[in-house]
Design a protein around this ligand. Sequence first.
Ligand code: AMP
Ligand code: MG
Length: 267
Amino acid sequence: MKTWRIAPGSSVSLDSLPTRSTDGAPGGKKATKAALTELTQQISDLQERLWAEHKQSLLVVLQAMDTAGKDSTTRAVFSGVNPQGVKVASFKAPTSTELDHDFLWRIHQTAPARGGIVVFNRSHYEDVLVVRVKDLAPEPVWRERYGLINAFEDQLRHGGTTVIKFFLHISKHEQAERLQARLDEPTKLWKFSANDLTERARWDNYQRAYQEAIEQTSTKHAPWYIIPSDRKWYRNWAVGKVIADTLEGLDPQYPEPTVLDPDLKIV
Ligand code: AMP
Ligand code: MG
């Protein structure tokens, strides 16, 4: 996990962090896919224990440029997990009702309850990313949010929630190929939006916004992991590995059985 984890207070240069590396993988594509299958089984078992224990919860934040694979990573990592135990929350541009509240209002409502796992497909981080890049709020407003986000995530921790955050790191070149594939393949065309090109044109601004957001909010208890994501099989395995190890660290326990009446009979 250390390969990808951003230590608190370190400076981040996305340009110099790899997008195609397969560092630490258990082997090539085939072996790594097989390893992911084992990880998903492990995640499934741990999820069940987490649910039974009903004390702690896990929040997984996924952030990335378009096409980096937030959806497919979720699918790959949580396949085989009881659908009751995992929820996915996707955050789009805020509605007018949401905009009438503070930026964390809609977020807090979808945070996991005890025993649960929630995956954020985009998150409160959009409020220091897209909001910054598209100038949707003045700089002093979004800048103050780094501290507010850290305090919020600490509040979640106080309530028993462990927060881990992933940036799926792809190269600009890889994004071009994936956008082109969406245009070329009829079954992928639905994913394409002209807005993707507008956002792509702001690539450098987004990278800068990501860098600073990660620097400001990678904390001991709510760390960022930057995952090389040009190779999908490596990306899926790496995210699965961090999630499995994190759940393992929570060490959820089945509750002690209550002492039953020895004469109890099912009639
Ligand atoms: P998609 O993930 O492709 O469905 O797109 C969702 C869109 O919602 C993206 O363009 C995000 O930038 C946008 N979005 C998400 N959260 C916010 C936010 N807090 N403020 C403005 N736009 C947002
Ligand atoms: Mg999109």
